[in-house]
Design a protein around this ligand. Structure first.
Ligand SMILES: *[C@@H]1O[C@H](CO)[C@@H](O)[C@H](O)[C@H]1NC(C)=O
Ligand SMILES: *[C@@H]1O[C@H](CO)[C@@H](O)[C@H](O)[C@H]1NC(C)=O
Ligand SMILES: *[C@@H]1O[C@H](CO)[C@@H](O)[C@H](O)[C@H]1NC(C)=O
Ligand SMILES: *[C@@H]1O[C@H](CO)[C@@H](O)[C@H](O)[C@H]1NC(C)=O
Ligand SMILES: CC(=O)N[C@H]1CO[C@H](CO)[C@@H](O)[C@@H]1O
Length: 262
């Protein structure tokens, strides 16, 4: 899913979702275009399921171009996943974890299977790691950091041309159920939780800016049988000190077993 800075769009799913829950962060226009690194700390406590992508979006200043990064959980016995993408015409990569195109359009998609662990704190970051002063292009690296050990794992790397500029503040984290098929015995979306902390933006002058929450979007979608039965979204979100929680399938305990798939 790609959410632009100016209009909210979404790809068509096999589900009834018009859009995913999303948390928008506060920005500061005075430092737009001076940001060379954006990080987000997170923790996915458990419920080892497939289907969710917790993506954090960043914007290239003065353009309508975006990128995003974040984790995707996987079931027990398989390896968890991480993605890092950029959209639009111009970006390119020859990194082994990356390929041309993003969400079916122009751009670059990078991804790795990596055994990040449930219940542990990690930080994902996008950072400018090289620049070409001749043509003004920038190289961006997506990295997973283990908060406990400091171990860094590169998800991927791509270049953007000069007209992509540096990054803005703002942006969002979304809670996307990108694949899901209701069944008779499991008519409601899988349970899964993402704990996210406020993104931190690093400026060219070495200073940092920590965002807080600006607003919540799309928390009213009655996308599954449990939500319809409760007349309440089954993808909820709330704040905690320094961050927020996306809680999916909260209604299942009460409603699953009593509702039929839509
Ligand atoms: C940047 O330049 C490329 C051509 O190199 C063009 O295709 C693209 O649309 C431009 N993107 C922006 C954001 O201006
Ligand atoms: C993760 O970070 C949070 C916030 O800093 C902290 O309260 C929590 O104890 C940490 N959890 C682990 C498992 O280290
Ligand atoms: C920088 O860009 C110029 C012009 O596109 C290119 O000729 C040169 O090889 C680039 N330098 C590096 C180090 O990639
Ligand atoms: C469902 O909830 C909405 C708002 O949350 C309310 O306006 C509506 O009346 C409710 N529908 C029913 C059938 O309770
Ligand atoms: C899963 C995978 O292909 N990982 C590769 C990503 O790229 C780095 C190099 O930066 C390789 O070391 C990994 O093996």
């Amino acid at each position: 899913m790609k959410l632009s800075n100016f209009l909210v769009s979404s790809s068509a799913f096999a589900l009834t979702y018009a859009a995913s829950p999303s948390i928008w962060f506060t920005g500061d226009n005075r430092i737009s275009g001076q940001i060379i690194k954006q990080t987000q700390k997170w923790n996915i406590p458990g419920d080892k399921v497939t289907g969710y992508y917790y993506g954090t979006q960043f914007f290239f200043s003065g353009t309508n171009e975006i990128g995003y990064y974040g984790p995707q959980p996987r079931p027990e016995g398989t390896t968890n996943h991480l993605a890092f993408s950029v959209f639009g015409y111009g970006p390119y990569s020859d990194h082994p974890n990356c390929s041309k195109s993003a969400d079916g359009g122009p751009g670059v998609s990078c991804a790795i299977d990596f055994p990040w662990e449930y219940g542990k704190n990690y930080t994902t970051e996008v950072a400018r790691t090289a620049q070409n002063d001749t043509d003004g292009s920038n190289r961006w690296t997506g990295t997973l950091i283990d908060d406990e050990t400091g171990q860094r794992v590169v998800i991927g790397e791509y270049w953007t041309p000069q007209n992509y500029s540096l990054l803005t503040t703002g942006g969002n984290t979304f809670d996307e159920l990108y694949t899901w098929e209701p069944t008779e015995s499991k008519p409601c979306i899988p349970q899964n939780t993402y704990i996210g902390f406020y993104p931190v933006y690093h400026l060219t002058d070495g200073s940092t800016f920590t965002a807080s929450i600006d607003n919540f979007a799309n928390l009213n979608v009655l996308g599954d049988a449990c939500a319809r039965a409760a007349n309440e979204s089954n993808q909820q979100a709330y704040t905690i000190p320094g961050g927020f929680v996306f809680s999916n399938g909260v209604l299942n305990v009460e409603y699953e077993g009593h509702v039929k798939p839509l």
